[in-house]
Design a protein around this ligand. Structure first.
Ligand SMILES: O=C1O[C@H](COP(=O)(O)O)[C@@H](O)[C@H](O)[C@H]1O
Length: 225
């Protein structure tokens, strides 16, 4: 089942989603020593991070990991690592531990094993926030991606490099299997074009609309732009 929540505007959505995430992180920390918190990159989550980064919870026991990374140095304006460094891992949340999904190398394959080895001991994901592109990709599970079938496989490894026509740089993504093992899953979407894409995706296969692969058990939050 997928829960769909609609908000009057993106600001209210950001406040509400940040509150829900803070609540879920706090509950997880009541039961576990540490919690793995997965977050998306791109343009949508910034306002949520701005609200969440000062939440009053024990960030020193939170591990923050991106759902996917664009293979670019952290100084690049499109770097997802840069986004979370500037807007999430600041304020109270600066005490969180960041598990990197990027290391300086020409191609993700060169450092894949090391990045994965650092992530594996911290699985499963406790709280997972995802975004979605208007082409129905989530994380870097792109329609037409070269490794999409392998990344959607239920026996997939933790990480998968992906190259796709609509992605200007190579990507590294968590696979659908790992995302679906999350104890709580949220997807944030803004704007009419993505709303229409989301509605269309529900009738398509995950190969055509990869967002479909993570919708079971997820709460989808939508607001107009
Ligand atoms: O490239 C990416 O796109 C999606 C959606 O991003 P948005 O800018 O449309 O919000 C994002 O969830 C993913 O993490 C990112 O790498």
């Amino acid at each position: 089942m997928t829960i769909f929540r609609e908000y009057p505007d993106a600001e209210m959505m950001a406040i509400d989603v940040a509150n829900q995430l803070a609540g879920e992180l706090t509950s997880a920390l009541d039961h576990e020593e540490r919690v793995l918190f997965v977050v998306p990159g791109g343009s949508t989550p910034g306002p949520i991070f701005d609200d969440l980064c000062d939440a009053d919870l024990d960030w020193s026991r939170v591990d923050v990991l991106l759902s996917d990374e664009r293979w670019l140095p952290q100084v690049h304006v499109r770097s997802n690592t840069r986004l979370i460094t500037e807007r999430l891992l600041t304020g109270r949340a600066a005490a969180a531990r960041h598990l990197p999904l990027y290391a300086p190398a020409h191609q993700p394959e060169e450092v894949l094993a090391d990045l994965e080895a650092n992530i594996v001991p911290n699985l499963p994901i406790g709280v997972c926030l995802l975004g979605m592109g208007a082409d129905m990709h989530t994380a870097s599970l792109f329609p037409g991606g070269d490794n999409l079938a392998a990344a959607l496989d239920r026996h997939a490894p933790v990480l998968m490099p992906i190259r796709a026509k609509d992605a200007p740089e190579p990507r590294l993504t968590l696979t659908a299997r790992v995302l679906n093992e999350a104890l709580a899953k949220h997807v944030v979407i803004t704007g009419q074009a993505k709303r229409a894409a989301f509605d269309r995706a529900r009738g398509l296969s995950p190969e055509k609309a990869p967002i479909r692969a993570v919708l079971d058990g997820a709460t989808v939050h939508w607001a107009p732009e």
